[in-house]
Design a protein around this ligand. Structure first.
Ligand code: FES
Length: 241
C-alpha cells in the first residue's frame, strides 16, 4: 500500500462512518466529523473461536478481547466497560477535534480501539500483548479501568475515545466503529476513525507481519466473520504493568 493509497482510503467519510456519527447526533451530542476515516471499510461480524456469533451478552464485563480489523494483521481491543460510554470529543495526531461516537450494545458500554500504540507503534501480537485493558489500577501509573501500553506506560481512557491520560503518547488510539444488531445481539466492526498509523505500522513490522499473517495477506482487509477472543488466550504474554 502506497502513501497515496493510504491517504485516499482515509480521506472521505463513508456511509457506515456517517451512520455511526448520526447515532451520536440523534442522541443530542455535538458531532465533529473526523479528519480521517477509513473509506469503504469492511463490515465484519465478530464471532467466537468456534465460529458462533459473539453476542453482546456473551462478552464478560471488563473483557479484554482481541480481534483483527481493518486488516488481517492489525489488532484491535474489544472491551465491555461497566458504565455506558457517551460520545466524546477528542483530538487526532494533527490536533483536529473529532467526535468518538461512544459505546454500543444494550448498555452502550462496548467499545473497540486499535491495539497499536499511538506513541511508538508497540502492538498486540501472539507473542506479546503490550496494550491491555485492566479494571485494576496499574502499578506504573495508578490508573484503573484504562488501556495501558506497557512499552513506555501510555495510558488511554477507553470510556472517552481512548483519550491519553498519561505517558508519552500524544493522541488517542484509532477507534474501531462497532454496530450492535438488537434483534440478534450480534456485534459488527464497521469502520475506523481517528489517527491513521497503518502505513507506518506495516513499514515498521513488515517482516514479522508477513511471517505471521502471510506475504501479501497481512495488509489485505478482513471480510466476512472475524474471530474475537480474550487477549490472554491470543497472546503468550499479555503484559501487566
Ligand atoms: S509504544 Fe506504547 S507507550 Fe511507547
Amino acid at each position: 500500500m502506497t502513501e497515496k493509497t493510504d491517504r485516499r482510503q482515509f480521506i472521505r467519510l463513508c456511509g457506515r462512518t456517517a451512520a455511526a456519527m448520526a447515532v451520536a447526533r440523534a442522541a443530542g451530542h455535538r458531532v465533529i466529523a473526523p479528519a480521517f476515516a477509513l473509506e469503504n471499510p469492511p463490515r465484519v461480524r465478530l464471532v467466537k473461536a468456534d465460529g458462533s456469533p459473539l453476542k453482546a451478552k456473551d462478552l464478560p464485563l471488563h473483557a479484554n478481547w482481541i480481534f483483527h480489523y481493518p486488516y488481517h494483521s492489525s489488532p484491535a481491543l474489544l472491551i465491555k466497560l461497566d458504565d455506558p460510554a457517551p460520545p466524546t470529543e477528542v483530538e487526532d495526531k494533527d490536533g483536529k477535534a473529532y467526535t468518538w461516537p461512544g459505546g454500543v450494545g444494550p448498555d452502550k458500554n462496548i467499545v473497540a480501539y486499535a491495539a497499536i500504540c499511538a506513541h511508538a507503534l508497540s502492538y498486540d501480537s501472539k507473542e506479546t500483548a503490550f496494550l491491555n485493558y485492566r479494571r485494576e489500577r496499574n502499578q506504573m501509573t495508578g490508573h484503573g479501568r484504562v488501556i495501558t501500553c506497557c512499552a513506555h506506560a501510555s495510558v488511554y481512557d477507553p470510556a472517552a475515545g481512548a483519550k491519553v491520560l498519561a505517558g508519552p503518547a500524544k493522541f488517542p488510539l484509532a477507534a474501531v466503529l462497532l454496530e450492535h444488531r438488537a434483534e440478534t445481539d450480534e456485534l459488527f466492526a464497521v469502520g475506523l476513525i481517528g489517527s491513521e498509523l497503518y502505513g507506518e505500522f506495516f513499514k515498521a513490522y513488515r517482516k514479522e507481519l508477513r511471517k505471521a499473517f502471510g506475504r501479501s495477506r497481512y495488509k489485505k482487509m478482513v471480510e466476512g466473520d472475524v474471530v474475537a477472543m480474550p487477549v490472554k488466550e491470543y497472546s503468550e504474554d499479555a503484559i501487566k504493568c
